[in-house]
Design a protein around this ligand. Structure first.
Ligand code: 5GP
Ligand code: MG
Ligand code: MG
Length: 181
């Protein structure tokens, strides 16, 4: 059965996402002239965005991935995460751009940014495709924001519910009956 049947409303179309990647990529290209750019992505939600965004960055750049997992229930309050797979390289002298799918409470990213900051990079910034500022629990802002979205649970374009819907080419609001069942 088509996954589209579980979508209440399409928020961002394929065309809008493509245009936004072009716009953000052009800005990043301008800002990182002469820098040593490393795109850091936390698996898995941001992979689709990363794949599109990096092709709109007209500069030499490297990519690397991290896998993190929550420390049980404590994570909801502290944001402290366990590194399951760390980056493969030394960060010293590199200009880090963390590429994120959605910034929600900001707890995870705030913790990760601090952790990476401690590794002596030349600079560290955040690019997020989606932002839910109304949900923020820590003082954290992304340097590059694609779209602000309302406080609804969204899926598609890499974002999952129960590991599904990542392959939808658009971002949509999931029907509440899917996760209240
Ligand atoms: P936070 O900013 O709260 O630390 O965590 C952000 C993460 O929560 C995102 O990377 C994503 O995995 C998940 N998340 C937050 N809001 C949504 C949403 O609306 N849809 C989906 N699929 N994941 C979300
Ligand atoms: Mg994420
Ligand atoms: Mg998820």
């Amino acid at each position: 059965m088509s996954q589209s049947n579980d979508i209440l409303q399409v928020l961002l179309t394929e065309e809008q996402l493509k245009a936004k990647c072009a716009e953000m990529g052009a800005q990043i290209t301008k800002d990182y002239q002469g820098k040593n750019l490393l795109l850091v992505t936390v698996l898995k939600g941001a992979v689709v965005y990363l794949a599109d965004l990096m092709r709109c960055i007209d500069l030499p750049c490297a990519i690397d991935f991290m896998v993190v997992s929550s420390y049980g229930s404590g994570v909801k309050t502290s944001g402290v995460v366990k590194i399951v797979k760390d980056l493969d390289q030394d960060l010293s002298g590199k200009d880090i751009l963390i590429v994120e799918d959605i910034l929600d409470s900001g707890m995870t990213l705030s913790y990760l940014k601090g952790l990476l900051q401690g590794r002596n990079p030349a600079s560290i910034r955040i690019a997020t495709l989606l932002d839910k500022p109304s949900r923020r629990k820590v003082d954290l802002q992304a340097d590059y924001v694609g779209y602000e979205v309302p406080d609804e649970f969204v899926v598609g374009y890499g974002l999952d519910y129960d590991e599904k819907y990542r392959n939808l080419p658009y971002v949509g609001i999931l029907k509440p009956e899917v996760y209240t069942k």
